[in-house]
Write a protein that binds this ligand. Structure first.
Ligand code: ATP
Ligand code: MG
Length: 263
């Protein structure tokens, strides 16, 4: 059954009238080991795209390629028709447009406040840094817990609070694209609900690429789904189609058994 599906072509990317992010033939190898194989996909200008797949599928690696944390890839990635490799001002400027909330929260060894305003740039933004920080911390459902200790070390926060701090830092730069690697994995149900609400609001005007192992969350939040396995995109579809009428045998198996046996 699986071998038949191996013969068919990998699902073509969904075409959107307005595309924010376009990835064509992306390949990544690390130390001679292939990690991503000819990934092609696109994201529309708004909405949440859930990126799902088994552990080791290459989801985090893909996110790292998109914001150039990982640079050893071949292929083409464009954001609003501009190649990210030739981004004016280089990688640092690019990361002011593409926010990444990494799987493992990484707070900088400074205060909570300085972590949030770290990436903000430009005269107007710097003048309004405090208001921007407050708004980002509110959106990340952290303001109430830190408003009286903004100048305490970020490392003094709990893991779940650090994860929300990283989200606030990404929101403060007002990204054009937000990449989220399991952003609610270490959160309690209340914080998770607040973050999900914030992400849904944000997705009304920018695209979000959200890695999640929680299929219910992917279905609840996603407008489209990208299913990856073994460094390949197996299927990209709108959420209803993927969860109710998946096209690929591998997708059906993954939805049913949470495993994928593609090669
Ligand atoms: N720096 C690295 N050196 C060697 N191998 C790596 C490196 N980074 C990732 N890999 C390998 O690439 C593959 C994909 O890893 P990746 O972290 O992208 O998977 P993932 O889909 O995010 O998994 P998870 O759901 O567990 O987070 C794995 O086999 C991993 O071991
Ligand atoms: Mg990962």
């Amino acid at each position: 059954m699986i071998s038949n599906s191996r013969l068919s072509n990998i699902t073509a990317p969904v075409q959107h009238p307005t595309t924010a992010l376009q990835i064509d033939q992306l390949k990544l190898s690390i130390q001679g080991q292939p990690i991503l194989h000819e990934i092609s996909l696109s994201l529309p200008t708004s909405g949440i795209t859930a990126l799902i797949g088994p552990s080791g599928a290459g989801k985090s690696s893909l996110l790292h390629c998109i914001n150039l944390l990982q640079q050893a890839w071949q292929g083409e990635i464009t954001l609003h028709q501009k190649s990210i490799r030739q981004w004016p001002g280089g990688d640092e400027k690019l990361r002011r447009h593409i926010g990444l909330v990494a799987q493992k929260p990484t707070v900088f060894p400074t205060t909570i406040y300085r972590n949030v305003v770290f990436g903000i740039d430009g005269f107007w933004q710097r003048r309004n840094a405090h208001a921007i920080a407050e708004q980002a911390l509110r959106q990340a459902a952290l303001w109430g817990e830190v408003k009286d200790r903004l100048h305490a070390p970020a490392a003094s926060l709990s893991l779940g609070q650090q994860q929300r701090l990283c989200l606030a830092r990404a929101l403060a730069i007002k990204p054009k694209l937000l990449l989220l690697d399991e952003p609610t994995a270490s959160l309690d149900p209340k914080s998770k609900q607040l973050i999900e609400q914030a992400l849904s609001q944000l997705a009304s005007h920018i695209p979000l690429l959200l890695v999640s192992h929680n299929l219910e969350q992917a279905q609840r939040l996603g407008e489209q789904v990208i299913f990856m396995c073994e460094g390949k995109v197996i299927e990209q579809a709108d959420c209803d189609t993927f969860f109710n009428h998946p096209q690929r045998v591998e997708s059906k198996e993954f939805l049913r058994w949470a495993v994928c046996e593609c090669d």
